[in-house]
Design a protein around this ligand. Sequence first.
Ligand SMILES: CC(C)=CCC/C(C)=C/COP(=O)(O)O
Length: 294
Amino acid sequence: MTWLPEVVSCLRHRCFTPRSTAAQPAKMPSPRVTRAANTSNPNVSGRFEFMSLLTNKTSVSDQTLTRHRTSDSPVHRKDSNSSSSQQQLPEEDCMKLNPSFLGIALKSLLAVDLWLSKKMGVCAREGSSWGSARPMMKLVEISGHGIPWIAGTIYCLYRSDSSAGREVILNLLFALLLDIILVGIVKGIVKRRRPTQNRMDMFATFSVDKYSFPSGHATRAAMVSRFMLNHLVLAVPVRILVMLWAIVVSLSRVMLGRHNVTDVLFGFFMGHMQYSLVEYFWLSPNTLPALFKY
Ligand SMILES: CC(C)=CCC/C(C)=C/COP(=O)(O)O
């Protein structure tokens, strides 16, 4: 029985070790090997990573995990000797797959977002299916633009003769300025490009307005409507009109092709949050007496 360990060792060697490692420049790791490597690599934590066909940025440990690289693939192995330069695929032919749940969920959401936004962009061009409604949608756009709102609020502040009225209008002005600053900051950080169907023919924009996330009109509509419903005494039909206006302004952003659906949904949410912020930092004669002196 002394031969048994030798046979086992030999079998193991034949089964798991390539005969000539020199003849196989890149070996394809077995799932078992990959799994073992994964557990030792904290970045991949036990899951397969599928790398881009083009990227050569993989580290040595990543290379052992890469099963779909051109040079490692049995289909391409023959060619890799004949041509030293790798076949360059166009970028759109390359997939970067990372089958983590969050990654897949986000990519699916993004795909649905783009598809739905394109479908809903019915006024994006004069020739679009609802192209004749484009001029009206642009009027809706102006009704939610920052300039008329800021100018109108300053005018009302100037005309106001009661201190309670001035307090409310001053806070509305503060809210509108805060909105422009916060939206500008988020747009500048996220830098999401506007949809391809958009025509950049909006009036009076800042440089960050070339970006689309979040929709500034949606934040303003949500914030201003909440402000008006909470601080103005309005008849029920007018309250309904205010709510409808906020919804139509937000919807028109997608219909005009200016934004994707997620830009508007997030904008609406952000507008509500901004209103809560204004309520929290409400400017009153007690908190800021200098502003109310005149
Ligand atoms: C010039 C001023 C005072 C505000 C700019 C308003 C504006 C053009 C925002 C962009 O809105 P969307 O992000 O919804 O396209």
